[in-house]
Write a protein that binds this ligand. Structure first.
Ligand SMILES: *Cc1c(COP(=O)(O)O)cnc(C)c1O
Length: 462
């Protein structure tokens, strides 16, 4: 299995190389050269398997010869051992034809654990073999960073630096990043928004001298291995509702487009998905783009769903690449236009996007009302991100096709917003009940590339 860049100019890589690299050297994102199909009988055969067994079968074709079957099985087993629910991704029914896929039973209480725990084990296995050391740098609006620090803390061959917008993540998110005491993980509070953090990370990857000197590696949602890990739960949940004999739809609370793009891949592999619905908060650039074709970022408005406060949605580039018939030059052109303000999607590409994706937006009042109403009618306490999914899903229900909405975080990760909306205080699960007592370790930094690079060089001895 070979991997190609969405901008068409970077070297073709193996799975292991693409995983360790993250962002391609031409600024693009890696995708498999061809997307392997699963025959209906192979999808049927997933029914009744453990999550780990299903994960092995869905992901195996993408790995190539990077790991033996036994190695890959052991990697998957270690990745999901720390989850607090035996089913890993349990499906809960909310109403007739509407189901909630609970993706928040991992160690940091958000769906990002599914990918990050796996990638931590993949990196460790790969680096141990080669004797190399890497420096992981990532940007987070809260959940990626905590998931990355949790997945890599204490590993021998990896340093981790996470840039987060100072004062713009929830206290639980911040504490999950700042309380691990292992010396190889570092939380950097940047004076800026999430998009600034993401831009500085991209700058570091585009500074090839720095990139090579510190051995930069990326685990942001652009990393293909993360998208791949997320493909699995589309299969397990759909199969439990009768796929492939029955179609299902998904609604996905969306920011960087990684999670929903995994759904797109599941569909391309043969899972019969009817609709994939993008749910955004008031930062609705994706909804506007999918309805009107115009992609022009206009500044982030902070919301009670901070993990979706995004105007530059990095994985959308992968969807554009597919919608433009895998034309890397066309994608490069769009990304250049984006650098000088924005771009318009061509009619043909917009039509292609709309064949797969629907979209909707949910404002702050609607988010709070959905948290309250869902608790009253079902007893399920939603985090604000999941509530956005539920609101948009309810606008897109159809009588014949069951809808699965992805619950992307545990309500206890956003206690203030949940309490405000529902009157209910969501307690932390037992394994992190003492989070507020642990001591914190944070480095503050300006939104300045040179200053951030200095911190990283000093801490890694380069
Ligand atoms: C990251 C995140 C999202 C958005 O996921 P993308 O893959 O970036 O679209 C939604 N909800 C929560 C809780 C998240 O942490």
């Amino acid at each position: 299995m070979k991997y190609v860049s969405t901008r068409g100019q970077a070297p073709v890589l193996s799975f292991e190389e693409a995983m360790l690299t993250g962002l391609a050297r031409d600024g693009g994102l890696y995708l498999p050269e061809t997307i392997p199909a699963m025959a209906p009988a192979e999808i049927v055969a997933l029914a009744g398997l453990s999550y780990e067994e299903a994960a092995f079968r869905v992901m195996r074709p993408y790995i190539g010869d990077a790991f033996t079957d036994a190695e890959f099985e052991a990697i998957i087993a270690r990745a999901y051992a720390g989850f607090a629910h035996a089913a890993r991704a349990p499906l809960v029914q909310l109403a007739s034809g509407h189901h909630l896929l609970e993706l928040f039973h991992g160690p940091t209480l958000a769906f990002k654990d599914f990918a990050m725990q796996l990638i931590g084990q993949l990196f460790e296995a790969s680096l141990k073999r080669s004797g190399k050391r890497v420096c992981i740098v990532g940007a987070t609006s809260g959940d990626t960073g905590s998931a990355a620090i949790e997945a890599f803390r204490g590993l021998d061959s990896v340093d981790v630096f996470i840039l987060y917008p100072n004062g713009r993540v929830s206290e639980v998110q911040r504490r999950q990043m700042s309380t691990p005491s292992e010396g190889n993980v570092h939380a950097l509070a940047i004076d800026g928004h999430f998009d600034d953090c993401q831009a500085r990370v991209k700058d570091m990857f585009n500074d090839f001298a720095f990139r090579d000197a510190v051995g930069l590696a990326g685990v942001n949602s652009i990393n293909w291995a993360r998208v791949l890990a997320q493909v699995v739960y589309y299969f397990t949940s759909a199969v439990s509702l009768g796929a492939p004999h029955r179609k299902v739809s998904f609604t996905v609370p969306t920011g960087n487009f990684g999670d929903i793009f995994a759904g797109y891949i599941a569909g391309r592999m043969g899972l019969p998905i009817d609709r994939l619905v993008v749910a955004t908060n008031q930062n609705d650039i994706l909804h506007r783009c999918l309805t009107q074709g115009d992609y022009t970022p206009d500044g982030v408005i902070p919301s009670i769903s901070p993990s979706m406060d995004i105007q530059v949605s990095s994985n959308f580039e992968r969807a554009l690449f597919e919608a433009y018939g895998r034309d890397g030059n066309a994608v490069s052109q769009l990304m250049q236009e984006l650098n000088s303000g924005g771009f318009s999607v061509s009619q043909g590409a917009l039509q292609a996007l709309r064949e797969t994706f629907d979209s909707g937006r949910c404002d702050e009042d609607q988010t709070r009302a959905t948290i309250r109403r869902t608790f009253e009618t079902t007893g399920e306490l939603l985090c604000p991100h999941s509530a956005i999914g539920i609101h948009v899903a309810e606008e897109n229900l159809t009588p014949d096709v069951p809808m699965i909405t992805l619950a992307t975080a545990h309500p206890a990760k956003f206690p203030a917003a949940v309490k405000d909306a529902s009157g209910q205080h969501p307690p932390l699960p037992p394994h992190m009940a003492d989070l507020y007592e642990r001591s914190e370790r944070i480095t503050e930094a300006p939104n300045d590339l040179g200053a951030i690079q200095d911190i990283i060089r000093k801490r890694t001895g380069h």
